[in-house]
Write a protein that binds this ligand. Structure first.
Ligand code: ASP
Ligand code: MG
Length: 431
């Protein structure tokens, strides 16, 4: 049997479906995150749900994360013996968290009389590139999972890991179990990929900040990508990109109740009726301003070339109106990359002939997102007007087809989210 293959993510992803796999009906991939398998009680709850799903007539592949805070604990354990642990050894360590989970879940299912088998990522046929601790899935050979499913087993796969080209165990980066689940769903041509977590879906805003926030019935892949990358950390962005690419329908739902969740799927026409589907705040951003840079061709190119070489992610960029041949240039970057940014900036200030640089960590990026923005006008005006009426100053602006983001003082972040939620009547979105 030909394996489904996933191409190099940074070039072109390509899965070739095997026709025989396409005939598999009623297959669900269910992923349970760390909080859903935090302790024995949770494990039993998950086991019951998985077993019930199978009894309803589905074939089930389960992907699990490490129990509770296991991954964090393993990371801090490594730091106690080494300031800079080796990446290969780090993967050897981190992958154990998920391996505990799969074995325990299999045992819990056996205790209930279910047929279940656990597999590591490598055993499940998942191969990755060589980049330890942030590996990408290159391909999946699903035959072993497939034949166990055919024999009536519930197959439990360790999330967040695979086998590198040198046959070492590699992990997929924090939150990587989501990607394991989506990739398996694509390779097995599953009917749906369900992501179980401790929230019951995707909301119009963080419900801890906006009391009237609504759970969304459905959200388009592109909206979810914007929301995920904006700190609405329900799903790993990579997993959503993967799902979009292969048309895997995702459902985000709670493992603690049996209510329907939010379906992340292809955009449909009716989605445009709603102008703004969600508002998100990203408080982990910093603003860097380079002062008095010569306003001439090539300066921006060299600044951002050096930043790219230092692996700094730059998001919003603003260049001021030039005065007497000089200008100020600001950009935002994730706070945890500020350290790298500072070292990249050291030589840069001199080499481009700037007067200096300053770092501002007290900002937040507020974004409104919705595919409906394409067909509605006046959205930016309403956003800016709402903020101004609430005395919130806008420092930077960036837009895309389905998103408008502004940078404001961090202390105003919650307020901004609340007033925008109200101005765009997100509490009226039908569930
Ligand atoms: N256990 C890993 C983490 O905590 C992977 C995951 O949960 O998706 O990041
Ligand atoms: Mg997660």
């Amino acid at each position: 049997m030909e394996a489904a293959r996933v191409g190099r993510p940074d070039t072109e992803l390509a899965i070739e479906y095997d026709n025989q796999l396409g005939e598999l009906m009623g297959l669900l991939v269910q992923k349970y995150g760390g909080s859903s398998v935090a302790d024995v009680e949770c494990m039993n709850r998950v086991a019951r749900r998985v077993f019930d799903t199978q009894k309803e007539g589905h074939s089930v592949v389960v992907v699990v994360s490490a129990m509770g805070k296991t991954t964090d604990n393993l990371i801090s354990l490594s730091r106690q013996v080494s300031a800079q642990p080796d990446d290969r050894e780090m993967d050897m360590l981190l992958s154990t968290g998920e391996q505990i989970s799969v074995a325990i879940l299999a045992m819990a299912l056996h205790g209930m009389g279910a047929k279940a088998i656990s597999m590591t990522g490598p055993q499940a046929g998942i191969s990755t590139d060589k980049f330890h601790t942030k590996a990408k899935i290159l391909g999946i050979r699903p035959e072993r999972i497939q034949s166990r499913l055919d024999e009536g087993f519930i197959v439990i796969v360790a999330g967040f890991q695979g086998l590198s080209p040198t046959e070492d165990i590699a992990t997929l980066g924090r939150g990587g179990s989501d990607t394991t689940a989506v990739a398996l769903a694509a390779a097995l041509n599953a009917d749906r990929c369900q992501i179980f977590t401790d929230v019951d879906g995707v909301y119009t805003a963080d419900p801890r900040v906006v009391v009237q926030a609504r759970k969304l019935d459905e959200v388009a892949y592109d909206e979810m990508l914007e929301l995920a990358s904006l700190g609405a950390k329900v799903l790993q962005s990579r997993a959503v990109e993967f799902a979009k690419k292969y048309g895997v329908e995702l459902e985000v739902l709670s493992s603690f109740d049996r209510n329907p969740g939010t379906v992340v799927k292809e955009e449909v026409d009716t989605m445009e009726h709603i102008v703004v589907r969600g508002v998100a705040a990203d408080k982990n951003q910093a603003k860097v301003t380079i002062h008095h840079v010569p306003d001439k061709p090539g300066v921006a190119a060299s600044v951002f070339k050096d930043l790219a070489a230092s692996n700094v992610n730059v998001d919003m960029i603003v260049q001021n109106v030039s005065e007497a041949g000089h200008t100020d240039m600001s950009f935002t970057t994730p706070s945890d990359e500020l350290h790298r940014t500072r070292s990249a900036m050291e030589g840069l200030v001199d080499s481009v002939g700037a007067a200096g640089v300053n770092y501002d960590d007290d900002i937040a990026k507020i974004s409104i997102v919705g595919v409906g923005m394409r067909s509605h006008s006046g959205v930016a005006h309403r956003m800016f007007d709402t903020l101004s009426r609430n005395n919130i100053n806008i420092e930077m602006i960036s837009t895309s087809e389905i998103k408008i983001s502004v940078v404001i003082r961090r202390e105003h972040a919650d307020k901004a989210v609340q007033v925008l939620h109200e101005a765009f009547e997100m509490h009226l979105i039908q569930q």
